[in-house]
Design a protein around this ligand. Structure first.
Ligand SMILES: Cc1ncc(COP(=O)(O)O)c(C=O)c1O
Length: 441
């Protein structure tokens, strides 16, 4: 089928009822000035000036280490506490000393897999899922194998791209020690009912470790309501620097033993952290949370209730914006001949992130991503490290899929540009070009 005119994607952006001004938000992000459509936030978002300034400000105003007698040292120590407080506010936790920082979600998960598995015995059981990113799957499997624990894998429902709670809870027994589950799939975008899973896990005496890497940027996180014993996310997915945090349920950290140096003492998060703190990145984390509380630089009207209340208001408005664009993205992709959305696209927008993952008949995802690159659109392609998910779908060894993800700085023009480029290419001679092994044009 040939059609040179792009299928219609000129739906005007409606004005946000919650007063979300996306152009004001965009103005704070210097990287967006290159004019490309940045639809790759699921792999890492851009950072606003406020975060860049916070990071560079630490370098500019003097470095040292915590514990010295001079003023800079005290200030650096305060930064650590401020970053813990900020992350606690972001997820609705009350105690900043439940926040553990680490270099990445993967590094932290290996750290916690080591700490938790120290208490497992042969015959104990753990549950991981097919919906999870490899970083919330394989570290647990490796740890279980080392101690002779049994690994149970909760299956994905392939037709809908979802992980029903019963898929996990049906595997729980009185030997289950841990449930590792994602709060949102970074490939299929679906969000399981984590609260039901954590409640069921606790009933059998198991701990829950919830991956919020793709969830946190697209949710108003309420950790007490979610009930997770551990919730992990990476600040570089929510407009911050490359640093990650685990937030634990109050009291849970203190029951765990981890390797650290002799002078390092608990209680609280410090024994879980290794070496000197990354002070500039921690300042960036606190600034990223402030950004989320006021993405256009203006605190939401009425500052009542402190930062947590500002976060809830501002995030609610930003998520409504993202969700609408995400729905336009999915709806537009559906109209393009040859586009095959991965399962999960049909899920209620309230139970999925604004991320669309798709393939185009006759074109490899890598080729399509290259076409999009030439059209000025940044997307991801491949399995996105959702190794079990891509395996279950049968696309892991077939170049995965193209993933386009919406973040709060994206505007309708970004989505339109992607849809126009895909539909133009779908209507061109691409199929024969790909089959002949030529570079797509
Ligand atoms: C859902 C999910 N979990 C975990 C990770 C790993 O995060 P990190 O790069 O911080 O190790 C990612 C990164 O893409 C992710 O999307």
């Amino acid at each position: 089928m040939h059609h040179d005119t792009p299928v219609h994607h000129d739906t005007p952006v409606q004005h946000d009822t919650l007063g979300y001004d996306v152009e004001a938000v965009r103005a704070g992000f210097p990287a967006l000035a290159d004019g490309r459509a940045w639809l790759d936030g699921a792999a890492g978002t851009q950072v606003p000036d406020s975060v860049i300034d916070a990071v560079t400000g630490v370098y500019r105003s003097g470095l040292g280490n915590q514990g010295a007698a001079f003023a800079v040292s005290a200030r650096l120590g305060e930064l650590v506490g401020q970053a813990r407080r900020a992350v606690a506010d972001l997820v609705g936790a009350s105690d900043p000393d439940t926040v553990v920082f680490g270099p990445s979600m993967t590094a932290l998960t290996y750290r916690f897999a080591g700490a938790l598995s120290a208490g497992w015995r042969p015959g104990d059981e753990i549950v991981v899922t097919e919906l999870d990113h490899e970083a919330n799957h394989w570290p647990w499997v490796q740890a279980a194998r080392r101690v002779g624990a049994v690994v149970r894998v909760a299956p994905l429902r392939l037709s809908s791209g979802t992980l029903p709670a019963e898929s996990v809870t049906g595997l729980l027994t009185d030997r289950t020690r841990l449930v590792a589950v994602t709060a949102a799939s970074n490939l299929l975008a679906t969000m399981p009912d984590v609260a039901s899973i954590t409640v069921a896990a606790r009933q059998v005496g198991a701990l829950s470790y919830v991956d919020g890497a793709h969830h946190c940027p697209h949710a108003v996180v309420d950790l007490p309501a979610m009930g997770a014993d551990f919730y992990v996310s990476s600040a570089y997915k929510w407009y911050g620097p490359h640093l990650a945090a685990v937030v634990a349920r109050p009291g849970v950290l203190d029951g765990l033993a981890v390797d650290n140096l002799r002078p390092v003492r608990g209680p609280g998060p410090v024994p879980f952290e290794l070496g000197t703190n990354p002070f500039p990145a921690l300042a960036g984390v606190a600034a990223a949370v402030e950004h989320l509380a006021a993405p256009d630089g203006e605190p939401a009207a009425g500052d009542a209730g402190g930062r947590r209340a500002r976060l809830v208001r501002a995030r609610t408005a930003a998520l409504a914006h993202e969700r609408r664009l995400g729905a336009e993205l999915v709806a537009g992709l559906r109209t393009i001949p040859g586009v095959e959305l991965l399962p999960g696209a049909d899920a209620d927008p309230a139970t999925r992130t604004p991320t669309a993952t798709f393939r185009l008949a006759g074109t490899s995802p890598a080729s399509l991503a290259a076409v999009l690159d030439r059209a000025g659109v940044n997307v991801w392609h491949g399995h996105a490290y959702a190794w079990a998910t891509a395996g279950a779908l049968g696309i892991r060894d077939d170049d995965g899929a193209v993933r386009a993800s919406v973040n709060h700085y994206n505007h309708a023009g970004d989505v339109e540009r992607l849809l126009t480029a895909v539909s133009r290419y779908a209507g061109s001679e691409h199929s024969s070009g790909y089959a002949a092994g030529r570079e797509p044009s």
